[in-house]
Design a protein around this ligand. Structure first.
Ligand code: 13P
Ligand code: SF4
Length: 352
Protein backbone atom coordinates (compact mmCIF):
# COMPACT_ATOMS: atom_id res chain seq x y z
CA UNK A 1 0.00 0.00 0.00
CA UNK A 2 2.13 2.89 -1.21
CA UNK A 3 1.15 6.49 -1.96
CA UNK A 4 3.33 9.02 -3.78
CA UNK A 5 3.80 12.41 -2.20
CA UNK A 6 3.83 15.11 -4.90
CA UNK A 7 7.23 15.31 -6.56
CA UNK A 8 7.60 19.01 -5.74
CA UNK A 9 7.32 18.16 -2.09
CA UNK A 10 9.61 15.21 -1.64
CA UNK A 11 10.67 12.41 -3.92
CA UNK A 12 9.84 9.48 -1.71
CA UNK A 13 6.84 7.20 -1.27
CA UNK A 14 5.04 7.46 2.07
CA UNK A 15 5.18 3.89 3.27
CA UNK A 16 2.12 2.78 5.17
CA UNK A 17 2.44 -0.31 7.32
CA UNK A 18 0.89 -3.56 6.04
CA UNK A 19 1.26 -6.64 8.26
CA UNK A 20 3.21 -9.55 6.76
CA UNK A 21 1.02 -12.59 6.15
CA UNK A 22 2.39 -15.87 7.47
CA UNK A 23 2.43 -18.53 4.77
CA UNK A 24 1.85 -22.27 5.28
CA UNK A 25 5.62 -22.92 5.41
CA UNK A 26 5.97 -20.40 8.24
CA UNK A 27 3.16 -22.05 10.18
CA UNK A 28 4.83 -25.47 9.80
CA UNK A 29 8.15 -24.04 10.93
CA UNK A 30 6.53 -22.33 13.91
CA UNK A 31 5.09 -25.69 14.98
CA UNK A 32 8.52 -27.29 14.73
CA UNK A 33 10.11 -24.46 16.74
CA UNK A 34 7.39 -24.78 19.37
CA UNK A 35 8.42 -28.44 19.83
CA UNK A 36 12.11 -27.57 19.92
CA UNK A 37 11.56 -24.83 22.50
CA UNK A 38 9.73 -27.27 24.72
CA UNK A 39 12.35 -30.00 24.30
CA UNK A 40 15.10 -27.52 25.23
CA UNK A 41 13.13 -25.86 28.06
CA UNK A 42 13.80 -22.68 26.12
CA UNK A 43 11.98 -19.38 25.71
CA UNK A 44 12.22 -16.84 22.88
CA UNK A 45 12.97 -13.24 23.81
CA UNK A 46 12.56 -10.96 20.79
CA UNK A 47 13.08 -7.26 20.16
CA UNK A 48 10.42 -5.04 18.57
CA UNK A 49 12.67 -4.53 15.53
CA UNK A 50 12.74 -8.18 14.48
CA UNK A 51 10.55 -9.26 11.57
CA UNK A 52 6.84 -9.89 12.05
CA UNK A 53 7.22 -13.69 11.89
CA UNK A 54 9.74 -13.71 14.78
CA UNK A 55 7.54 -11.47 16.92
CA UNK A 56 4.55 -13.66 16.14
CA UNK A 57 6.56 -16.75 17.09
CA UNK A 58 7.68 -15.24 20.42
CA UNK A 59 4.10 -14.37 21.33
CA UNK A 60 2.68 -17.70 20.19
CA UNK A 61 5.18 -19.68 22.26
CA UNK A 62 4.97 -17.83 25.60
CA UNK A 63 8.07 -15.70 25.03
CA UNK A 64 8.20 -11.93 24.92
CA UNK A 65 8.50 -9.12 22.41
CA UNK A 66 9.93 -6.09 24.12
CA UNK A 67 12.36 -3.20 24.27
CA UNK A 68 15.93 -3.86 25.31
CA UNK A 69 15.27 -3.13 29.00
CA UNK A 70 12.29 -5.44 29.25
CA UNK A 71 14.12 -8.17 27.27
CA UNK A 72 16.88 -8.11 29.90
CA UNK A 73 14.39 -8.25 32.76
CA UNK A 74 12.20 -10.95 31.20
CA UNK A 75 15.17 -13.23 30.43
CA UNK A 76 16.66 -12.86 33.90
CA UNK A 77 13.37 -13.63 35.64
CA UNK A 78 12.19 -16.50 33.42
CA UNK A 79 12.56 -20.08 34.67
CA UNK A 80 13.72 -21.50 31.30
CA UNK A 81 17.17 -23.14 31.09
CA UNK A 82 17.82 -21.65 27.65
CA UNK A 83 17.09 -18.17 26.33
CA UNK A 84 16.87 -17.69 22.56
CA UNK A 85 17.57 -14.00 22.09
CA UNK A 86 16.30 -12.68 18.76
CA UNK A 87 17.82 -9.25 18.44
CA UNK A 88 21.41 -8.09 18.22
CA UNK A 89 24.52 -9.29 19.96
CA UNK A 90 24.58 -6.84 22.87
CA UNK A 91 21.12 -8.12 23.84
CA UNK A 92 22.39 -11.71 23.97
CA UNK A 93 25.43 -10.61 25.97
CA UNK A 94 23.26 -8.69 28.43
CA UNK A 95 21.11 -11.79 28.92
CA UNK A 96 24.22 -13.91 29.61
CA UNK A 97 25.69 -11.33 32.01
CA UNK A 98 22.46 -11.29 34.00
CA UNK A 99 21.84 -15.05 33.82
CA UNK A 100 25.18 -16.91 33.69
CA UNK A 101 23.51 -20.17 34.69
CA UNK A 102 21.34 -20.11 31.55
CA UNK A 103 22.40 -21.08 28.09
CA UNK A 104 21.92 -18.08 25.81
CA UNK A 105 21.54 -18.83 22.11
CA UNK A 106 21.06 -16.39 19.25
CA UNK A 107 19.73 -17.14 15.76
CA UNK A 108 23.02 -15.67 14.50
CA UNK A 109 26.03 -14.24 16.29
CA UNK A 110 26.63 -12.02 13.25
CA UNK A 111 23.83 -9.67 14.28
CA UNK A 112 25.58 -6.64 15.69
CA UNK A 113 24.87 -2.90 15.98
CA UNK A 114 26.59 0.17 14.52
CA UNK A 115 26.77 1.72 18.00
CA UNK A 116 28.57 -1.32 19.38
CA UNK A 117 30.94 -1.47 16.38
CA UNK A 118 31.66 2.25 16.69
CA UNK A 119 32.79 2.03 20.30
CA UNK A 120 35.78 -0.33 20.60
CA UNK A 121 36.63 -1.14 24.23
CA UNK A 122 40.29 -0.08 24.10
CA UNK A 123 39.57 3.35 22.58
CA UNK A 124 36.67 3.84 24.94
CA UNK A 125 38.80 2.93 27.93
CA UNK A 126 41.42 5.50 26.89
CA UNK A 127 38.64 8.11 26.60
CA UNK A 128 37.51 7.29 30.16
CA UNK A 129 41.11 7.44 31.43
CA UNK A 130 41.43 10.93 29.97
CA UNK A 131 38.38 12.13 31.95
CA UNK A 132 38.62 10.54 35.40
CA UNK A 133 36.40 13.23 36.97
CA UNK A 134 33.32 12.07 35.02
CA UNK A 135 30.74 9.39 35.83
CA UNK A 136 30.75 6.94 32.92
CA UNK A 137 27.27 6.16 31.57
CA UNK A 138 26.95 3.87 28.56
CA UNK A 139 24.00 2.92 26.45
CA UNK A 140 23.00 -0.75 26.51
CA UNK A 141 23.98 -0.94 22.80
CA UNK A 142 27.61 -1.69 23.69
CA UNK A 143 29.86 -4.73 24.16
CA UNK A 144 30.34 -6.43 27.53
CA UNK A 145 33.87 -4.96 27.63
CA UNK A 146 32.56 -1.39 27.28
CA UNK A 147 29.90 -2.01 29.92
CA UNK A 148 32.63 -3.36 32.21
CA UNK A 149 34.32 0.07 32.08
CA UNK A 150 31.11 1.95 32.98
CA UNK A 151 29.56 3.15 36.23
CA UNK A 152 26.07 2.93 34.74
CA UNK A 153 24.37 1.21 31.83
CA UNK A 154 21.08 2.68 30.59
CA UNK A 155 18.58 1.91 27.86
CA UNK A 156 16.60 4.60 26.08
CA UNK A 157 13.61 3.91 28.41
CA UNK A 158 15.41 5.23 31.47
CA UNK A 159 18.38 7.22 30.16
CA UNK A 160 16.83 10.62 30.89
CA UNK A 161 15.79 9.59 34.42
CA UNK A 162 19.22 8.21 35.31
CA UNK A 163 21.10 11.26 34.01
CA UNK A 164 18.64 13.57 35.79
CA UNK A 165 19.39 11.66 39.01
CA UNK A 166 23.17 11.92 38.51
CA UNK A 167 22.97 15.58 37.48
CA UNK A 168 20.99 16.38 40.65
CA UNK A 169 23.88 14.88 42.64
CA UNK A 170 26.27 17.27 40.86
CA UNK A 171 27.97 14.58 38.76
CA UNK A 172 29.52 15.33 35.36
CA UNK A 173 28.88 12.65 32.75
CA UNK A 174 30.93 10.87 30.12
CA UNK A 175 28.38 9.41 27.69
CA UNK A 176 28.78 6.76 24.97
CA UNK A 177 28.20 5.80 22.27
CA UNK A 178 25.13 7.46 20.65
CA UNK A 179 25.77 11.17 20.11
CA UNK A 180 22.15 11.89 19.13
CA UNK A 181 20.68 10.22 22.20
CA UNK A 182 23.39 11.92 24.29
CA UNK A 183 22.53 15.36 22.87
CA UNK A 184 18.83 14.74 23.48
CA UNK A 185 19.43 13.77 27.13
CA UNK A 186 21.73 16.77 27.59
CA UNK A 187 19.06 19.10 26.25
CA UNK A 188 16.35 17.51 28.46
CA UNK A 189 18.36 17.46 31.70
CA UNK A 190 20.88 20.30 31.37
CA UNK A 191 23.58 17.87 32.59
CA UNK A 192 27.26 18.42 31.79
CA UNK A 193 27.86 15.60 29.28
CA UNK A 194 30.89 14.72 27.23
CA UNK A 195 29.70 12.71 24.20
CA UNK A 196 31.30 9.84 22.28
CA UNK A 197 30.85 10.21 18.52
CA UNK A 198 28.67 7.20 17.65
CA UNK A 199 25.39 6.84 15.76
CA UNK A 200 22.76 4.31 14.72
CA UNK A 201 22.83 3.77 10.96
CA UNK A 202 19.06 3.29 10.87
CA UNK A 203 17.88 6.29 12.89
CA UNK A 204 20.47 8.60 11.42
CA UNK A 205 18.74 8.31 8.05
CA UNK A 206 15.42 9.85 9.09
CA UNK A 207 15.06 13.25 7.49
CA UNK A 208 13.36 16.32 9.00
CA UNK A 209 12.48 17.64 5.54
CA UNK A 210 10.71 14.39 4.62
CA UNK A 211 8.70 14.40 7.83
CA UNK A 212 7.70 18.04 7.28
CA UNK A 213 6.49 17.18 3.79
CA UNK A 214 4.52 14.18 5.07
CA UNK A 215 3.02 16.45 7.72
CA UNK A 216 2.01 18.85 4.96
CA UNK A 217 0.02 15.97 3.40
CA UNK A 218 -1.40 14.83 6.74
CA UNK A 219 -1.46 17.83 9.08
CA UNK A 220 -3.44 15.84 11.63
CA UNK A 221 -0.68 13.20 11.99
CA UNK A 222 1.37 12.95 15.17
CA UNK A 223 5.12 12.38 14.90
CA UNK A 224 6.72 9.70 17.11
CA UNK A 225 10.52 9.66 17.26
CA UNK A 226 13.15 7.39 18.84
CA UNK A 227 15.88 9.59 20.39
CA UNK A 228 18.64 7.91 18.37
CA UNK A 229 17.40 10.17 15.54
CA UNK A 230 19.16 13.45 14.64
CA UNK A 231 18.19 16.66 16.50
CA UNK A 232 16.26 18.12 13.53
CA UNK A 233 13.98 15.06 13.53
CA UNK A 234 13.59 15.05 17.32
CA UNK A 235 12.51 18.72 17.14
CA UNK A 236 9.51 17.74 14.99
CA UNK A 237 8.32 15.07 17.42
CA UNK A 238 5.08 15.09 19.35
CA UNK A 239 6.51 12.23 21.41
CA UNK A 240 10.17 11.18 21.84
CA UNK A 241 10.75 7.82 23.50
CA UNK A 242 12.09 4.30 23.56
CA UNK A 243 10.36 1.63 21.51
CA UNK A 244 7.93 0.71 24.31
CA UNK A 245 7.25 4.38 25.07
CA UNK A 246 6.40 4.99 21.40
CA UNK A 247 3.99 2.05 21.38
CA UNK A 248 2.30 3.42 24.50
CA UNK A 249 2.05 6.82 22.84
CA UNK A 250 0.38 5.26 19.79
CA UNK A 251 -2.40 3.90 21.99
CA UNK A 252 -2.75 7.10 24.01
CA UNK A 253 -2.68 9.83 21.34
CA UNK A 254 -5.99 10.89 19.79
CA UNK A 255 -4.44 11.28 16.30
CA UNK A 256 -5.62 8.77 13.68
CA UNK A 257 -2.39 8.97 11.67
CA UNK A 258 1.06 8.47 13.11
CA UNK A 259 4.40 9.14 11.43
CA UNK A 260 6.96 6.93 13.13
CA UNK A 261 10.71 7.59 13.08
CA UNK A 262 12.15 4.32 14.27
CA UNK A 263 12.83 0.86 12.82
CA UNK A 264 9.75 -0.36 10.99
CA UNK A 265 9.81 -3.66 12.90
CA UNK A 266 7.99 -1.75 15.62
CA UNK A 267 4.81 -1.61 13.52
CA UNK A 268 3.87 -5.21 14.31
CA UNK A 269 3.25 -4.50 17.99
CA UNK A 270 2.25 -0.88 17.48
CA UNK A 271 -0.54 -1.85 15.10
CA UNK A 272 -1.62 -4.62 17.46
CA UNK A 273 -1.76 -2.15 20.36
CA UNK A 274 -3.47 0.57 18.30
CA UNK A 275 -5.47 -1.26 15.60
CA UNK A 276 -7.44 1.80 14.50
CA UNK A 277 -4.33 3.89 13.74
CA UNK A 278 -2.75 4.43 10.31
CA UNK A 279 1.01 4.06 10.63
CA UNK A 280 3.55 5.65 8.30
CA UNK A 281 7.29 5.05 8.30
CA UNK A 282 9.06 8.41 8.55
CA UNK A 283 10.91 9.22 5.30
CA UNK A 284 14.60 8.50 5.09
CA UNK A 285 15.52 9.55 1.56
CA UNK A 286 16.95 12.92 0.64
CA UNK A 287 20.25 14.74 0.66
CA UNK A 288 22.94 12.69 2.34
CA UNK A 289 20.87 9.54 2.74
CA UNK A 290 22.67 6.27 2.20
CA UNK A 291 19.70 4.01 2.84
CA UNK A 292 16.67 4.69 0.67
CA UNK A 293 13.89 4.30 3.12
CA UNK A 294 14.37 0.76 4.34
CA UNK A 295 14.11 2.03 7.95
CA UNK A 296 15.04 -1.46 9.05
CA UNK A 297 18.13 -2.52 10.95
CA UNK A 298 20.13 -4.92 8.75
CA UNK A 299 21.29 -6.84 11.83
CA UNK A 300 17.84 -7.21 13.36
CA UNK A 301 16.73 -8.50 9.95
CA UNK A 302 19.19 -11.42 10.25
CA UNK A 303 16.85 -13.08 12.77
CA UNK A 304 14.62 -15.48 10.86
CA UNK A 305 12.50 -18.56 11.56
CA UNK A 306 15.14 -20.71 9.83
CA UNK A 307 18.00 -19.74 12.07
CA UNK A 308 15.89 -19.83 15.26
CA UNK A 309 15.14 -23.48 14.43
CA UNK A 310 18.78 -24.08 13.51
CA UNK A 311 20.04 -22.61 16.81
CA UNK A 312 17.67 -24.84 18.76
CA UNK A 313 18.63 -27.95 16.79
CA UNK A 314 22.34 -27.17 17.16
CA UNK A 315 21.70 -26.54 20.85
CA UNK A 316 20.53 -30.11 21.33
CA UNK A 317 23.06 -31.72 19.00
CA UNK A 318 22.47 -34.96 17.16
CA UNK A 319 22.33 -37.07 20.33
CA UNK A 320 20.90 -34.44 22.58
CA UNK A 321 24.43 -33.21 23.44
CA UNK A 322 25.14 -29.51 23.16
CA UNK A 323 26.85 -28.35 19.97
CA UNK A 324 25.81 -24.75 20.01
CA UNK A 325 29.17 -23.05 19.48
CA UNK A 326 28.06 -20.99 16.49
CA UNK A 327 24.94 -19.73 18.26
CA UNK A 328 25.87 -19.64 21.92
CA UNK A 329 26.81 -16.44 23.73
CA UNK A 330 29.69 -16.75 26.17
CA UNK A 331 31.16 -13.98 28.30
CA UNK A 332 34.47 -14.27 30.15
CA UNK A 333 33.69 -14.50 33.90
CA UNK A 334 35.86 -11.55 35.04
CA UNK A 335 34.32 -9.36 32.33
CA UNK A 336 30.86 -10.59 33.24
CA UNK A 337 31.33 -9.67 36.90
CA UNK A 338 32.54 -6.19 35.93
CA UNK A 339 29.70 -5.59 33.45
CA UNK A 340 27.13 -6.92 35.89
CA UNK A 341 27.66 -4.02 38.32
CA UNK A 342 26.44 -1.16 36.08
CA UNK A 343 23.69 -3.38 34.65
CA UNK A 344 22.42 -4.29 38.13
CA UNK A 345 22.50 -0.59 39.03
CA UNK A 346 20.23 0.11 36.04
CA UNK A 347 17.76 -2.66 36.93
CA UNK A 348 17.66 -1.57 40.59
CA UNK A 349 17.11 2.06 39.55
CA UNK A 350 14.30 0.98 37.27
CA UNK A 351 12.69 -1.20 39.94
CA UNK A 352 12.97 1.66 42.43
P1 13P B 1 15.10 0.24 22.79
O1 13P B 1 15.96 0.26 24.01
O2 13P B 1 14.16 1.38 22.72
O3 13P B 1 14.43 -1.08 22.64
O4 13P B 1 16.05 0.42 21.52
C1 13P B 1 17.07 -0.46 21.23
C2 13P B 1 17.67 -0.13 19.94
O5 13P B 1 18.52 -0.81 19.44
C3 13P B 1 17.22 1.06 19.27
O6 13P B 1 17.80 1.19 18.02
FE1 SF4 C 1 21.89 -0.75 16.61
FE2 SF4 C 1 20.46 0.98 15.26
FE3 SF4 C 1 20.17 -1.62 14.79
FE4 SF4 C 1 19.28 -0.51 17.10
S1 SF4 C 1 18.52 -0.11 15.04
S2 SF4 C 1 20.42 -2.41 16.86
S3 SF4 C 1 20.86 1.04 17.44
S4 SF4 C 1 22.01 -0.37 14.41
Amino acid sequence: MTKMISAELYKQPATRYCPTRLVADDEAQIEEIRRLLKANNAVLVAHYYTDDAIQHLAEATGGCVADSLEMARFGAQHSADTLIVAGVRFMGETAKILSPEKRVLMPTLEATCSLDIGCPADEFSAFCDAHPDRTVVVYANTSAAVKARADWVVTSSIAVDVIEHLHAKGEKILWAPDKHLGAYIQQKTGADMLLWDGACIVHEEFKARGIEDLKALYPDAAVLVHPESPAGVVELADVVGSTSQLINAATRLPNKRLIVATDRGIFFKMQQAAPDKILFAAPTAGDGATCKSCAHCPWMAMNALDNVAFALRAGRGANGASDASSHEITVNEALRQAALKPLTRMLAFNAG
